[in-house]
Design a protein around this ligand. Structure first.
Ligand SMILES: [Zn+2]
Length: 205
C-alpha cells in the first residue's frame, strides 16, 4: 500500500525532512532511486538529454562500486547525486549503528549532502545520528510517488498518476531499477513531453 501523493499530515509530522520545493516557480524535480545499473540508467540519461532535463539520482553505494562507469556518466551530464545507503537498508528494521555505518560507507563513495532513506522509512534516532555525522545533510522525501515499481500497475495508469499529481515544486520519485523498467520506459519520455509542453523546467535538488 502506498499513496501517489504525500498527504500533508505526514509532512507536518516530519518537518525536518524535505517533501517538496517552492510552489511559486514552474520547476519540478525528478529523482531516480536505486541505481546506477546497466540498461535502465543509460536509458534514463538518454531520455533526460533529449528533453534538456537534469535529475537527482539517489544511488545505492553497492551499485556505484559495481558500475563506476555509469556513475561517472551520470555526473558528467550535470545531474545531482544523493545517498540511498550502501545496501538499501530498511530503517525501521535496522539497528541504528548498522544504519549509520551503511550510510557512511555510501557517503565515502558518493560524498553528497543529499540523502533519501530507502522505502522512505527512517527512525527519528537515525535522522539524528546521520545529521550528527554529516551536519550539511538534507533528507529528501517526495511529493509524488510514481508507483513505477508496482507490477500491478499498467504503464498507462502509472503515467496518468504521475501527470495528475505533479504541480510546481513537486519532487517526483522514479526508480532506475529492473523492476520498474516496464513502466519507466513508457512513462518517462511521455511525461517529459507533457511537462515540457506545460512549460515546466527540470531542476536538480
Ligand atoms: Zn530505494
Amino acid at each position: 500500500m502506498y499513496l501517489v501523493k504525500t498527504p500533508w499530515i505526514l509532512k507536518k509530522l516530519y518537518p525536518n525532512l524535505i517533501w517538496n520545493a517552492r510552489r511559486d516557480a514552474r520547476s519540478i524535480f525528478l529523482t531516480f532511486d536505486d541505481g546506477p545499473i546497466p540498461i535502465v540508467t543509460p536509458f534514463v540519461l538518454n531520455t533526460l538529454k533529449k528533453h534538456n532535463a537534469k535529475a537527482t539520482f539517489f544511488c545505492i553505494g553497492d551499485n556505484v562500486s559495481k558500475h563506476p562507469d555509469i556513475f561517472n556518466d551520470l555526473k558528467k551530464d550535470g545531474n545531482a547525486i544523493g545517498n540511498h545507503t550502501y545496501n538499501h537498508l530498511r530503517g525501521w528494521k535496522t539497528d541504528n549503528e548498522t544504519y549509520l555505518q551503511n550510510f557512511l560507507q555510501a557517503d565515502k563513495l558518493l560524498d553528497t549532502p543529499l540523502f533519501r532513506p530507502p522505502y522512505g522509512r527512517i527512525k527519528r534516532q537515525q535522522i539524528k545520528l546521520l545529521t550528527n555525522a554529516r551536519p550539511d545533510l538534507k533528507i529528501y522525501m517526495w511529493d509524488v510517488l510514481s508507483g513505477d515499481f508496482d507490477m500491478s500497475l499498467t504503464p498507462q495508469e502509472c503515467l496518468k498518476n504521475v501527470l495528475k499529481h505533479t504541480e510546481p515544486g513537486s519532487v517526483i520519485v522514479f526508480h532506475d531499477s529492473i523492476k520498474a523498467f516496464t513502466r519507466l520506459e513508457y512513462v518517462l519520455p511521455r511525461a517529459l513531453e507533457a511537462w515540457s509542453k506545460e512549460g515546466y523546467t527540470f531542476e536538480i535538488l
